[in-house]
Design a protein around this ligand. Structure first.
Ligand SMILES: Nc1ncnc2c1ncn2[C@@H]1O[C@H](COP(=O)(O)OP(=O)(O)OP(=O)(O)O)[C@@H](O)[C@H]1O
Ligand SMILES: C[C@H](N)[C@H](N)CCCCCC(=O)O
Ligand SMILES: [Mg+2]
Length: 263
């Protein structure tokens, strides 16, 4: 049974993509075939020659989003770009505004269709140890857009889609002044929506730790309604797997079972 997890955060730029890539690597380390999913992205560029080589079903000049590129490159499966990122909007602005300006109607139905295609069997970039050339993902790690309440259109948010699918939710807390309030409000909103909130990640987003980082973490530890899965330090070029105990917390939070893994 394919598992999924929805990663939201305290704000745009809190480090969701950074954390999603590290989650993908962590689950791969646990022999779970894992891919990312970015249902909607705002902020796109024309695909370069390097993108055409690394991405699946992308032509030179097609619009691609950097988050989705990073998710695709981290995946072990060759998933068509448009499946991994069904909505790729050009300006780096609120998605509902970008969609309106482009004359595009964003719909959960399109998310569902792409998510369904993700479930299919895809070619593996490198055959795994038992010689398998293709497989279905064991886990899909979904990256939201901005924070939990970001709208898609006047009626729906991206969170509504996660809630409709009862996806376990992880909150990324970008460690900076103001994050206590943002983290607690986000946790309250997730719980109020009825989604299963399964953990949070403390993510150091600046080279220097924020002032009184230890005290901030201690307060969050005591007041967040779920456990902290891991604390990630500042590491611009490193999105490697989490330490083993944190990986175990992650697997438990998502409800994965290594025995079910196809790898
Ligand atoms: N732990 C970290 N160490 C170093 N750099 C980080 C870390 N976390 C995030 N960053 C950097 O901070 C910036 C914002 O992070 P990221 O793109 O992951 O945010 P995001 O929440 O995914 O934003 P968006 O809402 O646009 O999707 C990026 O340049 C990223 O490389
Ligand atoms: C463009 C940016 N990097 C994100 N992808 C979108 C952030 C939307 C934030 C909307 C808001 O909360 O005001
Ligand atoms: Mg991102």
């Amino acid at each position: 049974m394919m598992k999924c997890v929805f990663v939201t955060g305290t704000d745009t730029d809190c480090g969701k993509t950074h954390v999603v890539v590290s989650i993908i690597k962590s689950l791969q380390e646990e022999c779970l075939l894992t891919c990312g999913f970015k249902p909607i992205a705002s902020g796109a560029r024309a695909a370069s020659k390097a993108d055409v080589q690394s991405l699946h079903a992308v032509a030179l000049g097609d619009m691609v989003n950097e988050d989705a590129v990073r998710l695709s490159n981290a995946s072990q499966l060759n998933i068509p770009y448009a499946t991994l990122n069904p909505y790729c909007l050009e300006p780096a602005i609120a998605p509902h505004v970008a969609a309106l300006e482009a004359g595009i109607e964003v719909s959960h139905t399109e998310f569902d269709a792409a998510f369904e295609r993700l479930r299919h069997t895809h070619a593996l970039k490198t055959p795994i140890h038992n010689g398998k050339q293709s497989a279905q993902p064991d886990v899909v790690v979904v990256e939201g857009a901005g924070g939990w309440c970001v709208p898609l259109n006047p009626r729906e948010t991206i969170a509504d889609w996660a809630v409709a699918h009862n996806m376990p939710v992880i909150i990324v807390v970008g460690l900076k002044l103001g994050c206590i309030n943002h983290a607690l409000l986000t946790a309250q909103a997730v719980l109020a929506s009825g989604a299963p909130l399964v953990g949070w990640v403390a993510n150091q987003v600046s080279a220097q730790p924020m002032s009184r980082q230890a005290e901030t973490l201690a307060y969050l530890e005591a007041h967040m309604p779920v456990e902290r899965l891991v604390t990630l330090g500042y590491s611009p070029d490193d999105t490697s797997a989490w330490p083993a105990p944190a990986r175990q917390r992650l697997i438990k939070a998502i409800g994965c079972n290594r025995a079910e893994a196809s790898a």
